[in-house]
Design a protein around this ligand. Structure first.
Ligand code: F6R
Length: 614
């Protein structure tokens, strides 16, 4: 996590950096800072605890005239959030300043060695150690900053995207990447540098994705150079960025989260476009059709993901099992990577990740590839690490997701997993043409049904007032609705800070039922599906113990509607498509409860959107 930005060029350096930090704030907001170098080579560092707006207030009376600069928004790993631990960090002699996203695993050993050479440290961070190491190498070897960065990084174990500037060199930024994202934007006589392309989307559409092990040397008036740690130069592959500024703005909504919830009819349409064709007759995913042999021979599918993406993957398991009759496992990437997994070359590993940068998911991919599996990626961010590391894959194409709590990316992931299941199902002969057409037609109607479901917003807003001060919630569902229950509980936890647990409804009687009383609301996801009659019994069990019930049911429902305290009716869709529909009221419920509690829904405490650390 953490976001880094850099700029060299004729524009207003400070304004560009601050604008960029605002765009990257989703990556962390414990502290923020800038290092600015004036045209005469004077280096100034301003940094402060809290959000970027605090930094702006702090810099109001400071000299911000600069020709080059770097900036950072932090999600704390080493050292508590504080002014002192905020980035940029600088060498003891004040000669270089650095911003860093990632973690240096062997920082303690390096720190001890530098201390023996007389270095002293102000902060508790691993990044300050890197700053001091680079400067130590530069002074000891009497070499250039680029060479010092190269040599220093040879000593470092860990993940980093760094940007470094040096006093008296107001034209140059040296940046490097290992396992943390880094993109360079090439403008007209100017260069941008950032953790993703959002800080410079309005300035240029020419981007270069820096690869692991590469150092980018960015100098005003000179071509961009990419070197490896052995000083070998590689070609610069300039790509065209497909992102628009309007995708990064709130578009009249008070929060990104609400905008993203309401965007879902459109984002799902984008996700389906060109993939469900001939009126639903055929479902095409190029990533599958280009690798037919692998999908035909596969003996098992393992889905790896974290958080909300893991919940989408769990829905993927139900979809793939139902439509492809293939064994499917779902693993938390963080567990999978250390579980000594058994993988064979007929396994397909599917990594699901909105950001495409989650460190645990990336590590799981690397292990699976090494062990011979074919690895497929499902991501949102074009050009991010996961699509680049995987053998093949599919983008969900839902546009940038800025709200930290994932909403449109979740439904996009579920949609792509549905398309994937239909695609593999037809390829392996488990779905006939008639079944594919029926599913295809139903998929095409989903955006309209999501739009219909969003009309529940005002009802949910009123309902949320009753439950704003509940201390705990249970979310219950069965079959396809079980992962939806997990996701509903996670949404509530992360933005309203109310404890919530998702549970398979039938498991409730094996323990959690003891929690039920009048103080414990249950949200029960019970659309019309093959388990409907079963969940009716679970609803009655909660009711019999005095628990209040909010039920998500299909249009036309009568039975549960007669028992539950509050009923939210959603369009009746085929069972395999219910998760996309039933998750919408849960997103709205968590949003409104959090707003009632005065919480910052777009930037909930302690969280960051892109988890690039273990
Ligand atoms: C929750 C949320 C997180 C992410 C998780 C994985 O709303 O967004 O749980 O789902 O951190 O992130 P990605 O999907 O980027 O790999």
């Amino acid at each position: 996590m953490c976001g880094i930005v850099g700029y060299v060029g004729g524009g207003n350096v400070y304004d560009i950096l601050i604008g960029g930090l605002h765009r990257l704030e989703y990556r962390g907001y414990d502290s923020a800072g800038v290092a600015l170098e004036s045209p005469s080579g004077k280096l100034s560092v301003y940094k402060t605890l809290g959000k970027v707006s605090n930094l702006e207030a702090f810099c109001k009376d400071k000299d911000t005239d600069a020709s080059v600069g770097i900036a950072h928004t932090r999600w704390a790993t080493h050292g508590e959030p504080s002014d002192c631990n905020a980035h940029p960090h600088y060498s003891e002699d004040g000669n270089i300043a650095i911003v860093h996203n990632g973690t240096i695993e062997n920082y303690k050993i390096i720190k001890d060695a530098l201390t023996q050479h007389g270095c002293t440290f102000k902060s508790e961070t691993d990044t300050e150690v890197l700053a001091q190491l680079i400067e130590y190498v530069r002074v000891t070897n009497n070499c250039s900053l680029v060479d010092a960065v190269r040599e220093a990084l040879k000593e470092v174990i860990g993940a980093y995207a760094i940007a470094v500037i040096e006093k008296d060199h107001p034209d140059t930024i040296v940046a490097a990447r290992q396992s943390s994202p880094l993109v360079v934007g090439i403008g007209d006589g100017e260069y941008f540098l950032a953790s993703d392309a959002t800080p410079f989307v309005e300035f240029t559409d020419k981007v270069v994705y820096v690869d692991d092990g590469q150092i980018a040397v960015i100098t005003r008036g000179e071509p961009l150079r990419l070197l490896d740690l052995d000083n070998k130069e590689s070609n610069v592959d300039v790509k065209k960025l497909k992102m628009s500024i309007s995708q990064l703005e709130k578009g009249g909504y008070p929060h990104f989260m609400l905008k993203e919830i309401f965007e879902q009819p459109e984002t799902l349409r984008d996700c389906i476009r060109g993939r469900v064709v001939e009126g639903g007759k055929r479902v095409i995913l190029n990533g599958v059709f280009d690798n037919q042999e692998k999908f035909l021979k596969a003996e098992r599918i393992i889905l790896v993901a974290c958080g909300t993406s893991w919940h989408a993957s769990l829905i993927g398991k139900y979809l793939l099992q139902d439509m492809c009759r293939i064994p499917v496992e779902v693993e938390y990437a963080s567990e999978f990577r250390y579980s000594n997994p058994v993988i064979i070359d007929r396994d397909i590993v599917i990594a699901v990740s909105q950001s495409g940068e989650t460190a645990d998911t990336l590590a799981a991919i690397k292990i699976a590839k090494k062990m011979g599996a074919f690895v497929y990626g499902i991501s949102n961010v074009v050009g991010s690490s996961i699509p680049r590391e995987t053998d093949s894959g599919t983008y969900i194409h839902v546009g940038p997701e800025i709200g930290v709590a994932s909403t449109k990316a979740f439904t996009g992931q579920v949609m792509v997993l549905t398309l994937l299941a239909v695609c593999i199902g037809q390829l392996r002969g488990h779905l006939n043409a008639e079944q594919v057409q029926k599913l295809g037609e139903a998929i095409l109607k989903i955006p309209a049904y999501v739009k219909e479901t969003l009309k529940l917003d005002k009802t949910i807003e009123r309902l949320s007032l009753i439950y704003t001060y509940a201390h705990n919630f249970l979310y219950l569902g069965r079959g396809y609705s079980y992962p939806v229950a997990l996701e509903g509980a996670l949404k509530l936890k992360e933005i309203s800070y109310i404890h919530a647990e998702g549970y398979p409804a039938a498991e409730m009687k094996h323990g959690p039922i003891a929690l039920i009383d009048s103080e414990m609301p249950s949200v029960i996801i019970a659309p019309k599906d093959h388990l409907y009659d079963k969940i009716v019994s679970n609803v009655q069990q909660v009711k019999a113990r005095g628990g209040s019930i909010i039920a998500i049911v299909s249009d036309g429902d009568e039975t549960i509607s007669g028992i539950a305290d509050h009923v939210l009716k959603v369009p009746d869709v085929p069972e395999c498509l219910t998760p996309i529909i039933t998750s919408i009221p849960l997103q709205l419920l968590s949003y409104h409860i959090a707003i009632n509690k005065g919480k910052d829904v777009d930037m909930p405490r302690n969280l960051a959107k892109s988890v690039t650390v273990e």
